[in-house]
Design a protein around this ligand. Structure first.
Ligand SMILES: [Zn+2]
Length: 378
């Protein structure tokens, strides 16, 4: 039995002082105030203990270089898998103990998922979408997930279900990353989105839609998708639709402050955080997705900066922001009974940071310790 002491515990929902968290066989055994005789003690002093972070949107196959697309296209499967292993280690070291990979090539994230299930110290728990479904030549077509029309989409969903994905990712609009693709332009209409949701749900899989343009977000919500990624152009109509349907939005946040951001995107980002503020005010559930890997300012493990940005730029309280990257994110990703909460029976995926992120959210980037499946990650 391992007994972890810290100054305070954010358990995924609320805070207690001077906790002792007991860990046995990779799971939380109890949250108490004293260590049983004979237990091994890990004393984290003045640190804050909390659940490991859940990143609802990453791309382990993209390397956050100055040309992530070029690199992914040029790499062999073996090379790409090696890059993904490194990305997984980097994310874990930053305290991200669960990632949802929303776009790989060749279903390699499923290979990594199985590797890390056998060797959890080597990376986060992975939920995998495989190659995102996109139109021919559409956003991220180079990942290999092209599918057109209602029947094409149904077949693409079935193919992913056969591979054993955890979630279906569909590119409902174009996106920033792909030359020739536009974020404000739809890729699929209501019938195609309905087909994706129907076929996915028939296989017991959730669907998340990459959607920037307002009309397409409304269509995706009407089609019954389980989550929206990005949600950039959220008009009042969009926010009403999201609120009525209870659809979770994975907001794209997190950038390394040490890397200059493209000037063109800085203005967009100001508007984006205004949109996130409106989602919060309207009561739309918001979880954190970093989109790590897609550009130099988004290295793997960047999520803590995104959580901080929700506080600094979108009016979240620190506790709200922490919930959005722990308990709420785990629940929204279908892991609400094993991740994102420090309570008996949950996996002992833990993050300890120096300082008190409930007062100073920037403390989230000051990692003191990470535990994965109950073992300290060196
Ligand atoms: Zn993405």
């Amino acid at each position: 039995m391992l007994a972890i002491r810290a100054a305070r515990l954010f358990d995924g929902r609320s805070v207690t002082l001077d906790p002792v968290v007991l860990v046995d066989a990779g799971r939380i055994a109890a949250v108490t105030d004293s260590a049983p005789a004979g237990s091994e003690i890990l004393d984290l002093g003045a640190a804050t203990l909390m659940p490991g972070l859940v990143d609802a949107h990453t791309h382990l196959a993209l390397d956050a270089s100055d040309d992530p697309i070029g690199r992914v296209v040029a790499a062999s499967d073996d090379e790409l898998l090696d890059h993904m292993r490194a990305a997984a280690r980097t994310a874990l070291a930053a305290g991200v103990t669960t990632v949802r990979d929303l776009g790989d090539r060749g279903y390699l994230s499923l290979v990594l998922r199985e590797e890390l299930a056998r060797d959890p110290m080597a990376g986060p728990r992975v939920l995998a979408a495989g190659p995102p479904i996109t139109t021919t030549g559409g956003h991220c077509w180079f990942l290999g997930g092209e599918a057109d029309g209602v029947e094409g989409i149904r077949a693409a969903v079935r193919e992913r279900a056969e591979h054993g994905v955890d979630v279906i990712k569909i590119m409902a609009t174009g996106g920033e990353l792909t030359p020739g693709s536009r974020a404000d332009t739809p890729q699929y209409g209501l019938d195609e989105l309905r087909a994706a949701v129907d076929e996915a749900h028939r296989h017991g899989l959730p669907v998340t839609a990459h959607a920037h343009a307002a009309g397409t977000i409304v269509d995706a919500v009407a089609a019954g998708v389980d989550m929206i990624e990005h949600c950039s152009y959220a008009t009042d109509e969009v926010i009403d639709a999201l609120r009525m349907a209870g659809t979770v939005v994975s907001v794209t946040v997190g950038a390394d402050p040490g890397v200059p951001y493209p000037p063109r995107l800085i203005t967009l980002l100001v508007e984006y955080f205004q949109m996130v503020t409106r989602l919060r005010t309207a009561g739309v559930p918001v979880v954190c997705g970093s989109d790590a890997g897609i550009r130099e300012a988004k290295p793997h493990g960047v999520l803590p900066y995104g959580v901080a940005a929700l506080v600094e730029r979108a009016g979240f309280s620190p506790a709200e922001a922490l919930r959005s990257a722990t308990s709420l994110a785990a629940e929204a990703c279908g892991l609400g009974d094993s991740k994102g909460v420090v309570a008996p029976g949950y996996d002992a995926d833990l993050l300890a940071v120096n300082g008190n992120p409930l007062i100073d959210i920037a403390a989230l980037t000051r990692v003191r310790a990470v535990l994965r499946a109950g073992t300290l990650v060196s």
